[in-house]
Design a protein around this ligand. Structure first.
Ligand SMILES: C[S@@+](CC[C@H](N)C(=O)[O-])C[C@H]1O[C@@H](n2cnc3c(N)ncnc32)[C@H](O)[C@@H]1O
Length: 225
């Protein structure tokens, strides 16, 4: 079998984006402090943060502005934010340092592999996914992050009563997500009105783009029963 046949389908494309001096400096100086390397070792949250708080993972933080704001708002939780793109990692590292955010760390890797290899079952209080790439062309739908096996993986990692919050500005992706949740009886919707943004979620960069295009925004929160 050729390599291309066994390569898993990824929900992202690694672009060779140029790093600004600011982002590069962030990565060089701050990675050793705020970044957790990907590996086969299980995350030891209390050891990493030196505090016992709720545990929230954010998948796909982009440039990280929203992630940093949420970490400031939800102070009773520790956050591990995951993305693959270096410019965003550099940016968020700088924000963590500048705003002196103590409850946020970064992993630069595919979040699916992080969940599989580094996260203990029934250990998370929440998973946040804000504006995942919509992969809106039919032939690209298979690249969407939110799929049946993905929801099963998350349900294993969440504690009972833990929640997953997904926001999107693509109606088609929102309907796809709702249908998947309906098949997974372990999840129950927390909010009945998916057009209402919870107060802890600031508006994100991608959301602004969607809103300017006239898109409706969906905030879907499902609790593991
Ligand atoms: C459309 S952007 C949204 C960024 C941000 N949440 C916002 O709303 O501005 C989606 C992000 O998810 C990241 N992403 C997609 N699949 C991922 C995966 N499997 N693991 C980690 N990050 C992923 C991409 O690199 C990208 O930064």
């Amino acid at each position: 079998m050729t390599i291309s046949k066994i390569r898993p389908i990824r929900s992202y494309v690694l672009r060779q984006g140029r790093l600004t001096k600011y982002q590069l400096k962030g990565i060089k100086l701050l990675s050793p402090i705020y970044t957790i390397p990907f590996g086969n070792n299980v995350l030891e949250w209390e050891n990493i943060f030196k505090s016992e708080k709720k545990r929230i993972i954010e998948i796909g933080f982009g440039m990280g502005h929203t992630t940093a704001e949420i970490a400031k708002i939800i102070r009773n939780s520790n956050f591990i934010a995951i993305d693959v793109h270096s410019p965003g990692v550099g940016n968020l590292l700088n924000i963590i340092k500048e705003k002196d955010i103590k409850n946020l760390r970064i992993i630069q890797h595919d979040a699916v592999e992080v969940l599989e290899k580094m996260v203990l079952d029934e250990s998370l209080d929440a998973v946040h996914i804000f504006f995942p790439d919509p992969w809106h062309k039919k032939r690209h739908n298979k690249r969407r992050l939110v799929q049946q096996p993905f929801l099963e993986l998350i349900s294993r990692k969440l504690k009972k009563g833990g929640y997953i919050h997904i926001a999107t500005d693509w109606d088609d992706y929102a309907n796809w997500i709702i249908k998947l949740f309906e098949k997974n009886l372990i999840y129950k919707p927390r909010n009945s009105d998916f057009s209402k943004k919870p107060s802890y979620r600031p508006i994100t960069k991608y959301e602004n783009r969607g809103v300017n295009l006239g898109h409706q925004v969906w905030d879907m929160i499902f609790v593991k029963s």
